[in-house]
Design a protein around this ligand. Structure first.
Ligand SMILES: [Zn+2]
Length: 215
C-alpha cells in the first residue's frame, strides 16, 4: 500500500533513526534532506539562493525562517510522501512545521523512545569498519569474524567510533532532551504523535511502526 501521509522521525542519538528510515524508504517514502535542499537552493543562482550562500559562506547558520523557506521551495508534495529526519529539531521549528509547512496536510511523528541507560549500552557496543564503514554491534549485530569486518572481501579491523565515548554520548543525549523533547507534548496535543519503545530489537520496532501506520 502506498504511504498516505508524511513522517517525522524523532529520537535521541543511537535510537536507530537511520535504520528505521531505511526500512520506511522500502515502503515508498522519500527521504527529505535539509542539507540537499540547502545545496540545491544555492545552486539555482536565484536572489534567495545567493542570500543563503552568503549566510553559509560567512560561517553562520541558516535561521528557522530561512530554513522553512528553503524546504517550502524544495518539497514536491504532489509526488512524494516524505520522511523528515533531523527537522524539525526544536519547539519553534515544530510550531512552524505544523502551522505553515504541514497546513492542510497529514503527517505523523514517529517518536523513538530509549532510556538513557539502554542507549549508553547500545552505543558502547557499536563497532565500525575502519575501511568500508560498515556498522556492527557486539550485542545485537556482531561481525561473524569477531573484531574484523565480515563483509567480503573487506576483512578490515573494526573500531569503536570516536564519538562513542561516554561523555560525548551523554552530552548528545542531554542536548536532545533539552532541545527536542519539548516537541513531544506539542505533537501529542496536535494528535500527530506515535510513540515507540526503541529499546526493543530493530525488527520489532520496525514491525510496530508498520502496524501503527497500518500500511
Ligand atoms: Zn569493512
Amino acid at each position: 500500500m502506498a504511504p498516505r501521509e508524511h513522517i517525522v522521525l524523532v529520537g535521541p542519538p543511537g535510537a536507530g533513526k537511520g535504520t528505521q528510515s531505511e526500512k520506511l524508504l522500502k515502503l515508498g517514502f522519500s527521504h527529505f534532506s535539509t542539507g540537499d535542499a540547502l545545496r540545491k537552493e544555492m545552486a539555482t543562482g536565484s536572489d534567495f539562493g545567493k542570500q543563503v550562500a552568503e549566510i553559509i559562506n560567512d560561517g553562520n547558520f541558516v535561521d528557522d525562517d530561512t530554513m522553512l523557506e528553503i524546504i517550502k521551495r524544495n518539497v514536491e508534495w504532489e509526488k512524494e510522501a516524505y520522511i523528515f529526519d533531523g527537522y524539525p529539531r526544536n519547539l519553534a521549528q515544530a510550531e512552524k512545521f505544523h502551522n505553515v509547512l504541514m497546513k492542510g496536510r497529514e503527517y505523523k511523528v514517529l517518536w523513538l523512545d530509549v532510556p538513557e541507560a539502554v542507549l549508553l549500552d547500545r552505543l558502547q557496543a557499536r563497532r565500525i569498519c575502519s575501511k568500508c564503514r560498515a556498522v556492527f554491534n557486539t550485542e545485537s549485530l556482531p561481525s561473524r569474524k569477531g573484531c574484523l569486518c565480515d563483509r567480503e572481501p573487506c576483512g578490515a579491523e573494526l573500531s569503536h567510533r570516536e564519538d562513542d565515548r561516554e561523555e560525548v554520548i551523554l552530552k548528545r543525549f542531554r542536548i536532545f532532551q533539552d532541545v527536542s523533547l519539548p516537541m513531544k507534548a506539542f505533537f501529542k496535543e496536535k494528535g500527530c504523535l506515535l510513540e515507540f519503545d526503541a529499546s526493543l530489537g530493530i525488527d520489532e520496532v520496525s514491525e510496530n511502526i508498520v502496524k501503527k501506520l497500518a500500511y
